[in-house]
Ligand binder design. Structure first.
Ligand SMILES: Nc1ncnc2c1ncn2[C@@H]1O[C@H](COP(=O)(O)OP(=O)(O)OP(=O)(O)O)[C@@H](O)[C@H]1O
Ligand SMILES: [Mg+2]
Length: 428
């Protein structure tokens, strides 16, 4: 049988443990996978930032794990240049086009329970005023005056004012009334904002991370002082793997999978808030660079790495192609129109969207590939890797890189080793 070499490019300059684990796990698996009549030998290659011949640009990578090109225009232009020759996880064309408010709008139109949200133009126009490239006398008459108080009333209080393309909670302000809204908007600066009704007194905050059709739901404690402590269940309990009822788990996974498939995103996170009556509201779900740090994800980290490796192996072995973003939106909107006409329940509608999402991800073929082609010993080999010295070095290096006070580090490393041991025991 013919043997074909397949290369997965890896570009993630900010997440040390994630990229190291993906690379080292693939090396350790040494995949030699029979699929569609050929043997696929898969390896990885680190993609570095360097000059390239624009007119003759080629990539030798059959797929590229792109995490972070939106911060590096040179990387990004290279990836977009060769995007049709490879499979980009994720492609920035879609992430640049879709920010928080556009996705809130589309998903609300599809029937997801998005809180009331108004998009507001940037408060500070100094950059435009001082620009030599625009004519202020033409630009500013095109701006309409608006009544912020009326918008605040229409959205409802309490509400969150947050940048349309925000991240890391930067510039996120909770406001309880118009006076607070006015102060927050006045200081919001040059970034267009979203004013969103708060989902108050929610009983559960769930953050899902998707990798292809695999979705991991995680409990999230937004009240934690440090961002790296947010995935702990409580001060005493590290993780609760049964924190969601079956129906709620199904729903949060469906929401994340449907959003990701709708935009053609392979790797994205979705934050949802669940109220006492069981309603689930998505509040943040357009993240080109989902937090995949070992220090924040701890227990969940090995499963995310495994999901990434499984999905990338499927992508290169099945020679999966990526269509231009937004290619099958009509199917979702058609389904919504049918559901409205026939008075479907919300859950029947979600089931319908999930079928479209599974078609997008070829989920059936993917699951078959995992079962038959990765084989019975895939989980065992992964477990061996995560119990080995190589991973222990990744873990301790990541923890040392993250915690800046040297005296703190030995205890932190032990703590993360203990948490990791929980995962090893649960997955024996
Ligand atoms: N509508 C809402 N109802 C309740 N809480 C909200 C709402 N919107 C935002 N928040 C709170 O503010 C936090 C930050 O908001 P959001 O996730 O939209 O910003 P972000 O900058 O993208 O954050 P990150 O990068 O951590 O995801 C949320 O994690 C949540 O705790
Ligand atoms: Mg968020």
């Amino acid at each position: 049988m013919k043997t074909v070499e397949k290369t997965i490019g890896v570009m993630d300059p900010n997440a040390f443990a994630f990229r190291e684990s993906v690379e080292k796990l693939i090396e350790c698996l040494a995949p030699s996978i029979e699929y569609n009549g050929v043997i696929n030998k898969v390896s990885t290659r680190r993609i570095k930032c360097r000059p390239y011949d624009v007119l003759n640009a080629k990539t030798t990578c059959h797929a590229i794990i792109n995490r972070g090109a939106h911060w590096n225009p040179h990387h990004n232009s290279f990836f977009q240049r060769v995007s049709h020759q490879t499979y980009l996880l994720n492609d920035m064309g879609s992430f640049f086009a879709i920010n928080k408010n556009t996705s809130y709008g589309h998903m609300s139109e599809l029937g997801l329970k998005i809180p009331n949200t108004f998009a507001l133009p940037q408060e500070d126009n100094t950059e435009l005023e001082n620009s030599t490239k625009v004519s202020p006398d033409l630009i500013f008459p095109e701006y309409e005056m608006f009544n912020l108080e009326e918008i605040g009333e229409a959205v409802g209080y309490p509400a969150f004012l947050k940048p349309q393309d925000g991240g890391g909670w930067v510039g996120v302000e909770k406001v309880d009334n118009y006076e607070e809204l006015l102060i927050a908007y006045k200081k919001s600066g040059e970034k267009p904002q979203n004013l969103q009704k708060a989902v108050d007194n929610y009983k559960e905050f769930v953050r899902c991370v998707g990798m292809g059709p695999d979705i991991i739901p995680m409990h999230y404690n937004a009240a934690s002082e440090y961002s790296h402590d947010r995935y702990f269940r409580s001060d005493d309990v590290v993780v609760d793997t049964n924190f969601l009822e079956k129906d709620a788990e199904k729903e949060v996974k469906q929401i994340c999978k449907v959003i990701n498939a709708f935009y053609g995103w392979d790797h994205n996170s979705c934050e949802t808030l669940m109220t006492e009556n069981g309603d689930i509201h998505p509040i943040d779900f357009a993240n080109a660079y989902p937090d995949s740090s070992l220090v924040s994800l701890h227990y969940y980290f090995p499963d995310l790495v495994k999901n990434c490796v499984k999905w990338m192996l499927f992508v290169v072995c099945s020679e999966r192609k990526k269509k231009i973003f937004g290619h099958d939106w009509d199917a979702y909107y058609k389904l919504k129109a049918k559901a409205d006409k026939e008075n479907w329940s919300y859950h029947k509608l979600l089931d319908g969207y999930e079928k479209l999402a599974d078609k997008h991800y070829a989920t059936k073929d993917f699951n078959k590939f995992v079962k038959n082609n990765l084989g019975k010993d895939f989980d065992k080999k992964c477990h061996d890797f995560f119990s080995g010295e190589e991973f222990d070095t990744i873990l301790s290096t990541e923890v040392e890189r993250y915690f800046k006070i040297p005296a703190e580090r030995p205890a932190k490393i032990e703590k993360y080793r203990d948490i990791h041991k929980l995962w090893l025991d649960d997955n024996k």
